[in-house]
Design a protein around this ligand. Structure first.
Ligand SMILES: Nc1ncnc2c1ncn2[C@@H]1O[C@H](COP(=O)(O)OP(=O)(O)OP(=O)(O)O)[C@@H](O)[C@H]1O
Ligand SMILES: [Mg+2]
Length: 146
């Protein structure tokens, strides 16, 4: 497990860009952590690091937003997803292996996550803008510093 501390949204985006540099292009990145923890901010950094210029926003209502960089990027928000039937309904499984899949509210689809997914858990740090990112799984074994 790797641990990173961010003290601003900019540092979180920067961490996302560093993470992106270690991606092959078909990973599933499952993010855990409550409201306003910085999941969308991290996604913005990952998308930017993958070369997508589009403005990354929360897919809360769209369920999935699609971006194109050096690979496809699918940004899911599972906040309103309840169980496997919902996942089939949105075609989630068809996206696997076709691009980098970034998931907000992975808590809601825990049983459907691939075994080899990268898990990123975000917790509050010791000040208002401080966040602790714990990264585990996948093959992100290089040391990424921000
Ligand atoms: N270190 C930090 N990293 C990321 N965001 C931060 C940080 N410090 C403060 N913030 C603020 O926290 C909020 C994070 O919002 P963001 O939409 O990225 O969170 P989220 O986890 O996606 O929330 P939601 O669960 O509502 O989708 C922003 O308002 C941002 O300005
Ligand atoms: Mg969000």
């Amino acid at each position: 497990m790797q641990k990173y501390i961010s003290n601003s949204p900019e540092q979180t985006e920067s961490l996302g860009r560093r993470l992106a540099s270690a991606l092959k292009g078909t990973e599933v990145i499952a993010m855990f952590g409550g409201l306003g923890m910085g999941k969308t901010a991290l996604t913005r950094g990952i998308a930017s690091g993958l070369g997508a210029d589009d403005c990354v926003s929360s897919p809360t209502f769209a369920l999935v937003n699609e971006y194109e960089g050096r690979c496809k990027i699918y940004h899911f928000d599972m906040y309103r997803i309840n169980g496997i039937d919902d996942l089939y309904a949105i075609g989630f499984f068809d996206y696997l292996d076709t691009g980098v899949i970034i998931i907000e509210w992975s808590e809601n689809i825990i049983d459907a996550l691939p075994d080899d997914c990268i898990k990123i858990t975000i917790k509050p740090g010791d000040s208002e803008n401080s966040r602790i990112f714990c990264v585990e799984g996948g093959s992100l074994d290089e040391d990424i510093s921000i």
